[in-house]
Ligand binder design. Structure first.
Ligand code: E4P
Length: 217
């Protein structure tokens, strides 16, 4: 399983990129709005930091296929690594079909069922984003969705990559890897939490003390 970072905050993106653990970025309208900067400029800056797929979503106010196609083409022009994020609707599937036929990579987002993932894949999506945390929020085990989509894609030899999205904590990450997600898109805070273990900290401290006792500082 590969890692993307799920944020539009360029400082966090730089820090995760410097660690060498991420190979892509996902954003959404809420994440970009939170940063309070220009939408396109933010995506441009992100694409200049990470050399990998960068998902930029069509405007949240655009709901028709024609509008999404026009915006998708503009997003794709920002940088060769741009992936157009399209919501899972009938209009979104129509837009996915057209953009994919033009060689533009699409990430179909807001996937909450295996059938939605299957439809998105058949429409030509390069990526699907099932949201596990938001399913957990309504007492449905989100990880079951990742597992089912992975099983179906394997069974039918579907090449669309599964991005486990709405990842909220470190256990989600391990579960996604076991469930067969191709990618987990993870907030910076969770990436940072994943680096820690109390025994690592204790081990570092013991090595330091033992070293200093013999060799000095
Ligand atoms: C990623 O593609 C999604 O936009 C994101 O993971 C949503 O996460 P949330 O449910 O924590 O907002």
């Amino acid at each position: 399983m590969k890692f993307f970072i799920d944020t539009a905050n360029v400082e966090e993106i730089r820090k995760a990129n410097d660690m060498g653990v991420i190979c892509g970025v996902t954003t959404n309208p809420s994440l970009i709005a939170k940063e309070g900067k220009d939408y396109v400029e933010t995506l441009k800056e992100i694409a200049s930091i990470v050399d990998g797929p960068i998902s930029g979503e069509v405007k949240a106010t655009t709901t028709d296929a024609e509008g999404m196609i026009a915006e998708g083409r503009e997003i794709a022009k920002i940088h060769p690594n741009m992936v157009v994020k399209i919501p899972m609707t009938v209009e979104g599937l129509k837009a996915t079909k057209v953009l994919a036929s033009e060689g533009i990579q699409v990430n179909v987002t807001l996937i909450f069922s295996a059938n939605q993932a299957l439809l998105a894949a058949r429409a030509g999506a390069a990526f699907v984003s099932p949201f596990l945390g938001r399913l957990d929020d309504i007492s449905q085990p989100g990880i079951d969705l990742i597992e089912t989509v992975s099983e179906i894609f394997n069974l039918h030899n579907i090449q669309t990559e599964i991005i486990a999205a709405s990842v909220r904590h470190t256990m989600h990450v391990t579960e996604c890897a076991l469930a067969g997600a191709d990618i987990a898109t993870v907030p910076y805070k969770v990436i940072e939490q994943m680096t820690h273990h109390p025994l690592t900290d204790q081990g570092i401290e013991k090595f330091r003390k033992d070293y200093e006792a013999v060799f000095g500082k």
